[in-house]
Write a new protein. Structure first.
Lengths: 236, 856
């Protein structure tokens, strides 16, 4: 599913600035970043280590707030949003995949996948089973994360990120801890599932090959967005 | 060098970054140590006036002759034959109340002419010679003026008295005005001599209306062999009496409260036990939280010995700091405990004079040893944990840890072993009169509870896999399961505190109910006349003979039942010898027989007719003597033999009492005045008026309480409540330690799961869900601990009531399970656990999400 060119942006970042450790030696993580992501769009966020990719993702998921500038996701102004609004954003609008998987070790695979629904007070066993089947883990449903390989854990995390059909999936180097084959397989799965869900995808990656699959690539350098470049196959 | 690096990495650096857990554990250990040290110090101070003062007041006397009930002048005169071997000093001793002090002090009646060789009471006199010898002699000669007394300087200062002033004192409930002749300095602070009033022996004898001498003290003349002197004294002594060292009297007195002291110290030890659990929990948490670091250090070449040393260093520091702080806090706490302790001991030995808390260096040593001991004991299990960490741990993914079948069997086997030991121990008789084995069995019951915590927490964790999909509950159960060992320790700590609370509730409720039933049955008189209460809440001494005369005059002979108390001996055992009018008693029925199916009035009538005696339950329990047995008692230099007619319930004495019919008693104690009077009026409605008349007649000359039956009952219950006040205080200390344990563990569990909690937050968990999950976890922990603790407490309560109490005091009590208190204790504990969870749950929701997204 491709982005709708005329739709209102799902993500709108204007002049976002974030400075870490202000009381010690200040580190400028973001220095006036502008970004838009349209509904259903697949955007790759690339750049060297320390350029502010993860910080930007933190701002978009509402776990951090910018020092200056505006961040809107799904129409919500995250700089001004209250706790309850941020919780609602995470429950409905955003799905997250982490580089280190971050599954709850004492819940089974099935419980981990169903967790976002359960936290929102919902249950959808059919969807959970379908997702487990889609990521090839239906036979591992009762296992604990510690009993899975890295690839299997990340597939579980992918299923969890889309189970509640979020408007956007934020993926922070989801293949960083996997070998290339497993990484490619996970990304394929992520792309496929988010298309089925109609979700946008903002993928942080170092891997040029993975970035090449995106509709659009945004480069960050020294906390700023580098001049835009359009990669082959990207829709505008 | 490597060792210090390991210490830095494992202990010092984490301590610097997060000192709260370490500090709260120190506080927990300190509270436990403080409970023990304060109990010991307060107990020692309460005993000091009874025990330590004896030797001091006895001066340089090598031997003393103190037959139970004292001796006549003739019997004492026979010892004049020892005059070539020793200086013989007669002494009468009474506890008196000094008006304005409202507390007991010793009144020593001495012979001023010979006492200078026994006691070094140097009386201050402005006309003193330079060497002071003359002043001593002069001042004591002043005693021969016969209406004067000498007080210690501190006591006189406290009362604002100077030589020449009147000293108002109350002896056997009668007010006397003596004149202060002089004051004497005391040799040291907190000396027993500080609380001594010295008077001429004849004056004291006249005050108490009894010419008997309580004891003779012997100071050997130079070159005399002490054993030769002893043999001479024994040869001349009244029947059943032998010469003893003054210290032996002290030991006998302390022996009376030994059981009580032992039980209280054991009770305070529970707080230390909870403190030890806290240390174990902290150390285990340290190990578990730093498993990855431990594994890393192992893989980098650290030896397990170095790791174990670091852990033991942490334990040592915890123990030393906890011990030090605990000792200091204990000294302060002892001041708070002392009044309650004195009241508790006063129920066994009435009239203990006031005493002060003095901290000995040994208290510091005991505190440090207890703290370190608890810490090292607690370090054993974490030590095993640290030794088991494989170097590959850091690379391992975390898995849920459920108890293996072997672990389950081991835990249940351990629990069964503890149970078996508990049952066997509680069947053993007392050890040297102390309920040592029974108390050990209560520890075994706690052992059962601890052994089963692991399987129970595991069961909860497994249950979590089956519960309906309620995220907070599921997550709380999963979290408990993840920190199974720590959770089990914490539940154990909560369980110990709960069991202590429940068992004390069982004991106190059973005791209270039994005492209420006993007072209802025994206290049937319309009025009771007894000496006024002193600061310790017990009546001091007996009544003056005039009180009985006035009561008889107002109410009639048959309305007044006097109750006399004296001392006797049953072999080596000091007992109470009482006298009551069985003839009148058989009509009034104020005794409560231990259930033997007989009518109490018939038993009293039979005892009156055949010259038999009644014994109380304590004597029956301690000696095994019962109905029909012939009793041989030494009293006032005579051996008497009486048959036992019945065993009576008596919660007022634990030494053992033999009650003789009044004529029999008075034949042995001519001119004896009663301890108290029970007055039965023909017209009960007139009790209030009769009381007013009695008070009006007696108030000017006597210090007595004339009580209506309902007031007497409530006074008895007040004494009862005060007696158990100390247990309540110890219970509170233990509860505080347990609460700290729960706080430490919850903080640790939350810290351990911080990334999970942050993750939950990042994917949509609300603050309320996170806080709810942590609080639910705490509530589960609390309920588990409280539930198992309550069961253990009920069992321990049973042991305390049926075994410890019987072995300590010889009383049978009706076992009452206070279900309402048990339920409210459990609810309170669960709520306390939830409250304890609030700080960690707040920590869990503070800036949590970034933790997840910040990849390590």
């Amino acid at each position: 599913m491709h982005a709708t060119a005329n739709a209102a942006p799902l993500v709108l970042v204007r002049g976002a600035t974030k400075i870490h450790a202000k009381d010690k030696a200040p580190v400028v993580a973001l220095a006036g970043v502008d970004l838009e992501v349209l509904p259903g769009e697949f955007v790759a966020l690339v750049g060297p280590s320390g350029c502010g990719k993860s910080t930007l993702l933190n701002l978009l998921s509402g776990v951090d707030r910018p020092d200056e500038g505006a961040v809107r996701v799904g129409g919500l102004d995250l700089r001004a949003a209250g706790d309850a609004q941020l919780v609602d954003l995470r429950r409905r609008v955003v799905g997250i995949v982490f580089q280190s998987f971050h599954l709850v070790p004492h819940l089974t695979v099935e419980e981990n996948v169903a967790l976002p629904l359960a936290l929102a007070g919902r249950s959808d066993a059919t969807r959970v089973r379908a997702l487990l089947e889609a990521v090839g883990l239906q036979k591992r449903a009762a296992h604990y994360p510690g009993e899975l390989s890295g690839g299997e854990q990340q597939r579980t995390a992918v299923a969890r990120a889309v189970v509640h059909k979020p408007a956007i999936v934020l993926a922070d180097e989801p293949t960083g801890n996997l070998d290339s084959a497993a990484g490619a397989s996970v990304l394929e799965l992520l792309d496929q599932l988010r298309r089925e869900s109609g979700s946008a995808l903002l993928l942080v990656t170092h891997d040029a090959a993975l970035a090449a699959r995106a509709d659009r690539v945004v480069r960050l350098k020294d906390g700023r967005v580098a001049p835009p470049s359009v990669v082959a196959g990207a829709a505008t | 060098m490597i060792g210090s690096v390991v210490l830095q990495a494992l202990f010092l650096r984490p301590l610097k970054r997060g000192p709260w857990r370490f500090l709260s554990t120190v506080v927990g250990v300190a509270a436990g140590v403080a409970a023990v040290v304060s109990t010991l110090a307060a107990s020692r101070a309460a005993l000091a006036s009874l025990v330590e003062g004896v030797a001091e007041v006895s001066g340089v006397a090598a031997w003393e002759l103190a037959p139970p009930g004292g001796m006549s002048a003739a019997e004492a005169g026979r010892q004049a034959a020892t005059a070539d071997l020793a200086v013989v000093a007669p002494v009468v001793e009474e506890l008196v109340v000094l008006e304005g002090l409202d507390d007991a002090v010793r009144l020593l009646g001495v012979d001023p002419l010979v006492d200078r060789h026994v006691r070094s009471l140097r009386v201050e006199d402005e006309d003193a010679d330079a060497d002071g010898s003359q002043e001593y002699w002069t001042a004591f000669q002043g005693l021969l003026a016969a209406d004067g007394v000498c007080l210690s300087e501190p006591l006189a200062r406290r009362l604002g008295l100077s030589p020449g002033d009147a000293v108002p004192l109350v002896l056997r409930s009668r007010r006397h005005d003596a004149r202060l002749l002089a004051t004497f300095p005391v040799p040291a602070q907190a000396s027993a001599l500080e609380r001594v009033v010295v008077a001429d022996i004849a004056l004291v004898q006249s005050w108490r209306g009894d010419a008997r001498i309580d004891r003779l003290e012997f100071v050997p003349r130079p070159g005399v062999d002490a054993e030769e002197l002893r043999a001479r004294i024994d040869a001349l002594a009244p029947a059943g009496a032998v010469a003893r060292r003054p210290a032996e009297r002290a030991a006998r007195t302390s022996g009376m409260v030994r059981s009580l002291e032992f039980n209280l110290t054991s009770l305070s030890g529970i707080s230390l036990l909870v403190g030890a659990v806290l240390v174990a929990t902290t150390l285990a948490t340290s190990v578990v939280q730093r498993k990855a670091t431990i594994a890393l250090l192992l893989s980098l070449g650290a030896s397990r010995r170095q790791l174990a040393s670091a852990l033991l260093a942490e334990a040592a520091l915890l123990g030393a700091l906890g011990g030090l702080l605990g000792t200091l806090a204990g000294a302060q706490l002892a001041q708070v405990f002392l009044p309650a302790m004195r009241q508790t001991y006063a129920t066994v030995v009435p009239g203990a004079p006031r005493s002060e808390i003095v901290l000995h260096w040994t208290d510091g040593a005991i505190g440090a040893a207890l703290g370190m001991g608890a810490a090292f004991l607690a370090a054993i299990l974490p030590l095993f944990e640290i030794l088991r960490v494989p170097p590959i741990q850091a690379l391992r993914a975390e898995r849920p840890s459920f108890l293996s079948g072997r672990g389950l069997r081991l835990s249940i086997g351990l629990g069964a072993g503890f149970w078996f030991a508990a049952v066997e121990l509680m069947r053993l008789p007392a050890w040297r009169g102390l309920p040592l084995w029974a108390l050990a069995s209560t520890l075994c019951v706690l052992g059962v509870m601890f052994a089963l915590q692991g399987p129970l927490v595991d069961g909860l964790g497994r249950l979590g896999r089956r519960v309906a999909w309620l995220p907070p509950l599921r997550l709380a159960l999963a979290s408990l399961s993840a920190g199974r060992r720590r959770a089990a320790w914490a539940a154990g700590a909560v369980g110990v505190a709960t069991s202590l609370s429940v068992s004390i509730a069982v004991m106190v409720t059973s005791f209270r109910q039994s005492v209420v039933a006993w007072t209802d049955e025994s206290l049937k008189a319309d009025l009771s006349v007894r000496p006024a209460l002193v600061a310790t809440g017990v009546p001091l001494g007996g009544l003056d003979a005039d009180v009985e005369r006035v009561a008889v005059e107002i109410c009639g002979r048959d309305a007044v039942l006097p109750y006399h108390v004296s001392e006797g001996a049953l072999g080596d055992r000091a007992i109470v010898l009482a006298g009551a009018d069985f003839r009148l008693g058989s009509r009034r029925g104020p005794l409560q027989l231990v259930e033997d199916g007989r009518d109490e009035r018939a038993v009293l009538a039979q005892a009156h007719e055949h010259g038999e005696v009644l014994v109380n339950e304590a004597l029956h329990a301690h000696t095994g003597l019962g109905i029909g047995d012939l009793l041989h008692v030494q009293v006032r230099g005579r051996d008497i033999a009486r048959r036992i007619a019945g065993v009576v319930r008596d919660y007022g004495d634990s030494r053992g009492t033999v009650t003789l019919d009044l004529p029999d008693f008075l034949a042995l104690h001519p001119g004896h005045s009663p301890q108290q009077l029970a007055i039965f009026l023909d017209d009960a409605a007139g009790a209030q008026d009769t009381r007013a008349v009695l008070q009006a007649r007696l108030s000017g000359t006597h210090k007595v309480d004339v009580l209506l039956v309902k007031d007497l009952r409530s006074q008895v219950l007040e004494v009862f409540e005060r007696t158990f006040a100390i247990t309540g205080a110890l219970q509170a200390v233990s509860a505080v330690v347990a609460l700290v344990a729960v706080l430490v563990v919850l903080h640790a569990l939350v810290a351990e799961r911080r990334k999970d909690l942050a993750l939950l937050s990042a994917i949509g968990a609300s603050r309320a869900q996170i806080v709810g999950g942590v609080c639910l976890q705490a509530a589960l922990l609390g309920l588990l601990g409280a539930g198992t603790g309550a069961v253990a407490g009920l069992v321990i309560g049973l042991v305390l009531v049926d075994v410890v109490n019987l072995q300590s005091f010889g009383w049978t009590l009706e076992l009452v399970q206070p279900w309402w208190q048990v339920a409210s204790t459990m609810a309170l504990v669960a709520v306390a656990c939830v409250v304890a969870a609030l700080p960690p749950s707040r920590a869990a929701t503070a800036g949590r999400e970034r933790l997840v997204l910040a990849e390590e």
